[in-house]
Design a protein around this ligand. Sequence first.
Ligand code: ADE
Length: 232
Amino acid sequence: PETIAIIGAMDVEIEKLLPDIQNRQEVTLRGHIYHTGTLCGQNVVVTRSGVGKVNAAVTTTELIKEFHVDSLIFTGIAGGVSPQVSPSDVVISTALVQHDVDLTTFGLQPGLLNGFSDRHFYADQRLINIAVLAAHEVVGEDNVHLGIIATGDQFMADRQGVRNVYEEYQAMAVEMEGAAVAQVAFLYNKPLVVIRTISDKADGTAHLDYHQMKASTAHNSSGITLKMLAMM
Ligand code: ADE
């Protein structure tokens, strides 16, 4: 049977999952705790990556190389970028892009890294389909969006910055890990989906909304993740 990695950047993004893991064991690797066991009948490894692209990339590499996971689910919160999305809505990734990558000086498209032919790292269609069904059950069809998620090593909290990300990448949401996980998953040919509930609009009041909304929106995404596992 497959082993599924579940990653959140912060405690609040995975805390709802941990008590339900059966035969739970904790393995610490390079200062990181990995929780193994079964969850909703699936073999899982649940971990907190820490915030940002490097933390996410290191954790994903460990999950693949040390824990031999077959597929990856990232669960968490994000800032809303598209005018279509509001706080508490759910965004399921179709593709991920690094909005802080800029080699335009050398004639590369914004977000495109040397050696790659596409700035997007695509999510897996099977996992997308299951995530969408699970999200529909939790928040209703009208509050679920499928689209591009933009990642960068910055908490976005200004209207012009977020507008630029929307215009350049047509992103639905912005966060700090997804595309790093997706790049590693692509290199190892592992299927991935990212589930993000919107906590703020990445504008001038983002930090206030974020604090107010982060627990409920993080728990919303982990609830969708649990439903997904039950459907797999
Ligand atoms: N995660 C939640 N809100 C965010 C924002 N505004 N920018 C980056 N990551 C986020």
